[in-house]
Design a binder for this molecule. Structure first.
Ligand code: ZN
Length: 294
């Protein structure tokens, strides 16, 4: 079993395999390429771009795709996915990352905000021209954009997905099977403030491991400082490691946060005994490898 990191700082940490770096954030901040790492690009969520030009926001009968529009339950502000200028801007940025010596690009939030979006005049016209129904037109729009993104990426190309195994196509326009054909792996974030209740993580990890037609990399949140939360997180990693996952990624603030997780595991004999007792041998091997470093 492999464990990697998703991080906001462009530094690799010993003891971890894949390193994913957030190079473009949902607030609109854009950073230079992180060399040797998988660069994660937030595509259509860009609060800064929408502030600068409010006309580019995705639209619905319940109002715009903004967090402050409480009729929609959105975590981010979404640009309309068919906006040609914005698409060009993001694709050019992705191309610029690929001029550096990076591992590859992970595309994130490259789809529609939810099922009632987007009804701007350009989207409605494009939908009518397509001759497709609403669900299929939105899925085709998203798939084509993912295919276009891939042409700008030289190395590993992955996509994050909204962790909805049933309604992703209807709600977000994400057709897992169509997208599987052009990605190297799926990155599935199952974010939480803690994993003290974790059955849903184990369940969704299993669902995605059997249903996605490309390797699956799972992301869990590790930015929590307390012993109780770290203990629950590491036991959750142990349980999900029983599924056919390529790797588990831990979301951390920075390298010190990652080392904190390692040190907690290494110096916690109760946790290591628990891993041994219940035969999570892969986890124990990983903790032993951390023990040589931390
Ligand atoms: Zn639109």
């Amino acid at each position: 079993m492999k464990v990697g990191l998703v991080t906001y700082t462009p530094e690799k940490v010993e003891g971890f395999d894949l390193h994913v770096y957030y190079s473009k954030w949902a607030d609109g901040q854009v950073f230079p390429a992180a060399k040797g790492m998988q660069n994660d690009v937030t595509v259509f969520c860009d609060a800064k771009a929408i502030r600068e030009d409010p006309s580019i926001v995705a639209a619905s009968i319940s109002g715009p795709a903004l967090r402050k529009n409480r009729r929609s339950n959105l975590a981010f502000d979404f640009v309309c996915p068919t906006n040609p200028d914005y698409r060009t801007k993001v694709l050019d940025y992705i191309e610029s990352l690929n001029k550096e010596n990076i591992m590859g690009v992970t595309s994130n939030l490259y789809h529609f905000p939810d099922q009632e979006y987007c009804i701007c005049p350009r989207c409605v016209e494009s939908w009518k021209q397509s001759g497709l129904n609403w669900v299929d037109w939105r899925a085709q729009t998203t798939t084509k954009f993912v295919q276009e993104t891939k042409t700008r990426v030289k190395g590993t190309f992955a996509v994050e997905i909204y962790p909805d195994p049933v309604l992703a196509k209807e709600r977000f326009g994400i057709d897992f099977n169509a997208i599987a054909e052009c990605v190297d792996y799926f990155h599935v974030p199952l974010s939480s403030r803690d994993y003290l209740t974790m059955y849903w993580v184990d369940m969704l990890a299993g669902d995605f491991a059997v249903s996605l037609k490309k390797p699956v990399v799972l992301e869990l949140s590790a930015e929590m400082p307390t012993d109780e939360k770290l203990n629950a997180l590491l036991k959750t990693v142990a349980y999900v490691s029983r599924h056919k996952l390529d790797e588990v990624l831990l979301l951390v603030h920075d390298s010190e946060n990652a080392k904190q997780v390692c040190r907690f595991a290494v110096h916690n004999s109760e946790l290591r005994d628990w891993m041994t007792k219940y035969e999570f041998n892969e986890m124990n091997r990983m903790i032993e490898s951390w023990a040589k470093l931390y």
